[in-house]
Design a binder for this molecule. Structure first.
Ligand code: DGY
Length: 322
């Protein structure tokens, strides 16, 4: 008998087809996020749950006692929406999809850097509103990106890919903070300097780009105190997770021009984005598009399929988190 699995959201058609062939698969035809009651019930009714970033899975959705589900094959590299300890305690395996979204997430970080520094969102809004009065030497003056300094917080795969684009594409100096020492050929080739503290990076960088995981350990890593360390002319870029930034403190810093601007692809409590943030012209806001390309979303799905297949064949899992 094929394992019974549930896919919590719609996935790319090519991946859904493979899932339907290999497993007894229940799809979420309406694509509306499942609530806590439905998620909890899924543990009893299915051998595997295939969740993603929009599924909130705190300890309270993990039923007590024996459950049928043995694996959560997450669609996505970030897994801070899943209570990993609750899974571990119940012996439930968790996998993710690292590697395949590195390039596209780094591309979005660069898009945000360029858009916020060169006021692309503001310019587009002005033009579409029919308010552009024509070229003049003082119209919508932004900040030059080429040759500036980028500060990376979290020099993992995506941090390095972002730094590489900034350095080799835009001649930017790279400084970074990472908990453990990073000393590899790729980093040396960029002349990237690891600094001892986050504050050191914030104080030096013209663009600060966040690439650390979300969740309790990094919640509000960038808070009012740390925003105050940044240069007034600097920009904050977040393609990691919304909870890494204290959103209220960021809004205040943007309103008071304590920093020059922010480019955000992720939000605390998304998809709700505070009106105060949406009002700000010095913020470029994207609806969590980091991995949103056909190539990457299919690759993410196929990674989840590989993890699931390996699990039910009793093989070693390519991307085991727990
Ligand atoms: C991830 O994989 O964690 C992304 O945020 C989804 O694009």
């Amino acid at each position: 008998m094929k394992p019974r699995i549930i896919v919590t959201r719609r996935w790319p058609a090519a991946v859904e087809q493979v899932l339907a062939e290999r497993f007894d698969t229940t799809f979420n035809q309406g694509d509306a996020p499942l609530g806590p009651i439905e998620l909890k019930a899924a543990f009893q009714a299915f051998d595997a749950i295939l969740p993603t970033v929009s599924d909130h899975m705190p300890a309270s959705v993990f039923p007590d006692g024996d459950v049928r589900a043995r694996i959560l094959a997450n669609f996505g590299v970030g897994f801070s929406h899943i209570d990993i300890d609750a899974a571990r305690e119940r012996g439930i395996v968790v996998t993710n999809t690292p590697g395949v979204l590195t390039d596209c997430t780094a591309d979005i970080a660069l898009s945000l850097i360029l858009a916020v520094a060169r006021r692309a969102g503001e310019g587009e809004r002005q033009l579409r509103a029919g308010e552009w009065a024509g070229w003049c030497p003082t119209h919508m003056i932004g900040t030059k990106v080429t040759g500036k300094k980028i500060g990376i917080i979290g020099m993992g795969r995506i941090g390095k890919a972002t730094a590489k684009r900034a350095h080799f594409g835009f001649d930017m100096d790279v400084v970074f903070y990472n908990r453990s020492k990073v000393d590899d050929e790729e980093t040396r080739a960029m002349g990237a300097r690891q600094l001892p503290t986050i504050e050191d990076v914030l104080a030096e960088a013209d663009f600060v780009s966040l690439h650390c995981p979300g969740g309790a350990a990094n919640r509000h890593l960038i808070n009012a105190e740390r925003l105050a360390v940044m240069k007034r002319s600097a920009f904050l870029i977040n393609t990691a997770r919304g909870d890494v930034v204290d959103q209220a403190a960021l809004i205040e810093a943007l309103e008071n021009k304590r920093i020059a601007g922010a480019g955000l692809d992720v939000f605390d409590g998304e998809p709700n984005v505070p009106e105060a943030l949406r009002r700000l012209e010095n913020a470029v806001l994207l609806p969590h598009l980091g991995s949103a390309t056909e190539e990457t979303r299919v690759a993410m799905g196929m990674k989840a399929v590989d993890n699931l297949t390996a699990f039910f064949e009793g093989k070693e899992l390519p991307d085991r988190v727990v």
